[in-house]
Design a protein around this ligand. Structure first.
Ligand code: NAD
Length: 353
């Protein structure tokens, strides 16, 4: 049966950038079906719901979701259940998208955009894998209470089940097999019981992946190593909170938010693929947004949900080629480059395919 992608452009620059990714997927000539539906603010405008029933049905009937971005000033005062980001959160929850994959790649041509020295980051190709559904962000009990001394105190619960750790560890080892076969698990096992348990379970799961090298690192050291020598890493796997922080740190190593794709996967390989940036209301409708993060998200979709490794590599090679040819959108512009808008960047990628 033919594969199907649900395309949810969302708000702001979302429709502009997803349109370019759709053209790229069509140009692969693989007969992949694609259908669009509104989400976020667009969903609210169309049906009074950031995740309208029709959109939800389309996702259920698809093999993967290509997501643009949601949000905008127009929706900031809506009650929480109607806010654009609820569309995203409900999709994550419903499909149990527990594994968040964020590659941080520095193309040689863009190494100057990083705040670090070019030689430290040029050629960086790192994948951060963040557990997305557990940890202190969701653990119960939590709250603010008055303690026995009559003083107010806040508290949260860090918690991970063995099953949750096993599945993210497996995802890490499987992902490493498609890369340089090295996994670094990041924890704070010297202080936190939950993360000592994390380390033990990851080590157990590793027994099934003898072809992949496993190392462990404390999170404070990992934060330091990411800016000292980021190229030492291949795959970093970590929990929800540490992953939240380290993935943002890693994305800034590249210096170009318009270049970074992401994937959120469940145990069946179903996934939602989206650029890491938001809906950029400041440039929406101007035709200047960088579509490459979304195009690279489509490449991840090919690799992780459709099993089309060759197609993924073709898209990634085309992106490398347009950068080498000097094409740049405004966010990554530099003297002497060929500055183009969103559609012309899409054209260049199509030509390079
Ligand atoms: P943002 O990522 O939208 O924009 C930050 C800056 O980066 C802006 O100056 C923007 O113009 C620029 N930028 C972002 N993507 C770009 C691209 N592809 N090409 C060129 N420049 C780009 O973050 P923000 O301004 O904090 O948030 C704007 C809206 O997006 C808010 O409503 C926020 O809630 C929402 N948001 C959504 C998501 C998501 O849908 N996953 C993620 C983050 C923020």
């Amino acid at each position: 049966m033919g594969k199907k992608i649900a395309v949810l452009p969302g708000d702001g620059i979302g429709p502009e950038i997803t349109a370019q990714a759709v053209r790229v997927v069509e140009a692969l000539g693989l007969g992949i079906g694609m259908a669009e539906a509104p989400v976020g603010g667009a969903g609210y405008d169309a049906a009074g719901d950031p995740l309208p029933a029709e959109t939800f049905k389309l996702c259920e009937a698809s093999d993967a979701i290509l997501f643009g971005a949601v949000g905008g000033p127009k929706y900031d005062t809506l009650p929480r259940p109607q806010r654009p980001e609820q569309g995203l959160l409900r999709l994550r929850k419903h499909f149990d998208l527990y594994a968040n994959l964020r590659p941080a790649i520095v193309y040689p041509e863009l190494a100057h955009a990083s705040s670090l020295k070019a030689e430290v980051v040029a050629g960086l190709d790192l994948l951060i894998l963040r557990e997305l559904t557990g940890d202190i962000y969701f653990g119960q009990p939590r709250g603010v209470r008055t303690n026995e001394k009559g003083e107010r105190e806040g508290f949260d619960t860090m918690r991970y089940t063995e099953g949750e750790i096993r599945r993210i560890a497996k995802t890490a080892f499987e992902a490493a097999r498609k890369r340089s076969r090295r996994v670094c698990s990041v924890d704070k096992a010297n202080v936190l019981e939950t993360t000592q348990f994390w380390r033990d379970v990851v080590t157990e799961v590793h027994k099934d992946y003898a072809d992949v090298e496993l190392s462990h690192m404390y999170v404070d050291n990992a934060a330091m190593q990411l800016v000292r020598n980021p190229k030492q890493f291949d795959v970093i796997v970590t929990g929800n909170m540490f992953g939240d922080i380290l993935s943002d740190e890693a994305s800034m190593l590249t210096g170009s938010i318009g270049m970074l794709p992401s994937a959120s996967l469940n145990a069946m390989g179903f996934g939602m693929y989206e650029p890491i940036h938001g809906s950029a209301p400041d440039i929406a409708g101007k035709g200047v947004a960088n579509p490459l993060a979304t195009i690279l998200s489509a490449a991840m979709l090919m690799r992780y949900s459709l099993g089309q490794e060759a197609a993924a590599c073709r898209i990634e090679a085309a992106v490398r080629k347009v950068l080498a040819q000097g094409y740049r959108t405004a966010d990554i512009t530099e003297p002497g480059c060929r500055q183009v808008g969103t559609v012309a960047m899409g054209d260049a990628v199509l030509a390079a395919l």
